[in-house]
Design a protein around this ligand. Structure first.
Ligand code: HEM
Length: 209
């Protein structure tokens, strides 16, 4: 019996070595390895890098609105340098932009850092190891999941550049501030872009597998 068992093992090892010869190394280009990767470890890194960038942006926002709160009326050159004359005239944060920055700070921290960043990074990295699988169930859907997350991040950041500013009613997006376009400046295009971004974010979460 032990004889049969060892023969089995040998065959298995041989088969494994053979499979390895045809592994990813062969047909991999830069694009398929680093950009449109279907490998859970690379997708995990992509989520991590994107989430770190989003976290730095959201931290910068918190520094801007917290300094305004701590020293109201004080002129901060860097606020004007970052936000320009429209939202940071003479280095004083515009009240509507204050509300917008708090909202987008909360949104980015909760969705893009905590939800997307942590689960996108660690679920992708650890679940295959924990269940003893080579990868997630569908590398292709997993790849789409990251790119929907990326698109969603870009649209959320792009909403900062709309004429009336981004969504400003708080990250919970309660009506009426979110529902009525005339409620506040950020309730117009900014709010719509917030919703489009969140829709893509949800698609990303659903595709992660
Ligand atoms: C650099 C670190 C951070 C600073 C200085 C900071 C500061 C602040 C401050 C001062 C507010 C309240 C603003 C106001 O109501 O006037 C706020 C709101 C908020 N923060 Fe942070 N925060 C930081 C990191 C984080 C992190 C790591 C998270 C979550 C993971 C987070 C989530 C939120 C949320 C959800 C809100 C509420 C947003 C809203 O009311 O719409 N923050 N933050």
């Amino acid at each position: 019996m032990s004889h049969a068992h060892s023969a089995d093992l040998t065959e298995h090892a041989g088969h494994h070595g053979h499979a390895h010869d045809h592994d990813d190394e062969h047909h991999e280009s830069f694009v398929s390895k680093y950009i449109f990767s279907m490998d859970h470890k690379m997708i995990s890194r992509q989520f991590l890098i994107t989430a770190i960038i989003m976290a730095v942006i959201a931290m910068t926002m918190s520094i801007i609105f917290r300094m305004q709160l701590a020293w109201p009326g004080e002129k901060f050159g860097f606020i004007n340098a970052i936000l320009g004359d429209k939202w940071g005239k003479d280095g004083i944060l515009d009240p509507n932009m204050y509300l917008a920055l708090v909202t987008i700070h909360g949104t980015i921290m909760v969705f893009f850092v905590l939800t997307g960043g942590l689960s996108g990074t660690f679920a992708n990295l650890l679940i295959p190891y924990q269940v003893g699988a080579r990868d997630m169930a569908s590398g292709f859907l997993n790849m789409l999941s990251y790119w929907f997350f990326f698109l969603s991040s870009v649209i959320m950041l792009a909403s900062l550049y709309t004429e009336n500013g981004p969504a400003s009613g708080g990250w919970t997006i309660y009506p009426p501030l979110s529902a009525l376009p005339e409620a506040m400046p950020g309730s117009k295009l900014g709010m719509t872009m917030w919703l489009i971004s969140m829709t893509l974010f949800v698609v990303s979460s659903l595709l992660a597998r």
